[in-house]
Design a protein around this ligand. Sequence first.
Ligand SMILES: Nc1ncnc2c1ncn2[C@@H]1O[C@H](COP(=O)(O)OP(=O)(O)OP(=O)(O)O)[C@@H](O)[C@H]1O
Length: 294
Amino acid sequence: MTSGRSGDGAGTDRRDGGPGAATRRGGISEGGAAPVLSLRHAAFGYGDRTVVSEVTLDVAPGEVVAVLGPNGAGKSTLVKGLLGLAEHTSGQMRLFGTPAAELADRTRIGYVPQRHTLTASVTATAAEIVGIGRVPHIPWWAPWRALQRENRDIIDGALATVGLAEHARDDVATLSGGQQRRVLIARALAAQPDLFVLDEPTAGVDTGNQQILAAVLGRLAEQGATLLIVTHELAPLAGLVTRAVVVRGGRVVYDGPPDDLPAQERGGDHHHDEPPESHERASTPVTMLPEVRP
Ligand SMILES: Nc1ncnc2c1ncn2[C@@H]1O[C@H](COP(=O)(O)OP(=O)(O)OP(=O)(O)O)[C@@H](O)[C@H]1O
């Protein structure tokens, strides 16, 4: 199997392209592409506690997947499992065609955590925060490369993609919450990952900022990025999401086109995944059982 970074040579230099450039340039998405992510009966949890189980899922390069479900369903645990932030307790997990345990370079996944903004105690410009995303790409023996034009262009490009070019030199503490989220998306973008994982990017921001964030994600998708977006509501991301995965009671209960999602799974009611699973699962219609994709 090939991978986006080293497959056929097309993916070895991604500097002149956006996210997923390797994929677009023809390596892996055409003819027998390795899934970016492949799970088989996978379970994730914390310590002795399994939170999500029996997850079977393939995500192809360029897909924009919304992970939906009520509070406490296990959405964040699922994506944290991909990042090694929750334990992978059973089943198989491959990332970029490689068994996850053998994947040396986790920076290939760009993560924007849930409800994360930057506090006033951080004294840094937006460009400096975005520059953190470049750290894995700067060899320890050549720190001056951080100052080279090529590196600065990537940082400026990431800020432009999220619509914050004019705020590059601003102290992040002076930016709004929605703008700070976009700085964090730009930081992930600057790392040039092969998969973006965003946990609730549109939660807690006003409608105007939700639209801006959705436009930013749309731009990434147009550039060929593979996106896994945890969200409560599909509405702010409608038109962008190509596939919906619903987690309920620690199980994937729907995997398919967003247009076919039953209204009650589109989100927005912010109900909690309680009382216990047995009740939730009993109420799950048979038609909601996994529609596992090839
Ligand atoms: N670090 C942790 N240690 C132990 N249990 C945890 C941890 N993080 C989450 N959990 C538990 O895992 C369950 C699922 O939480 P998770 O955050 O994955 O759900 P979610 O669907 O993302 O919810 P929300 O929409 O509220 O973010 C919850 O019962 C939660 O208490």
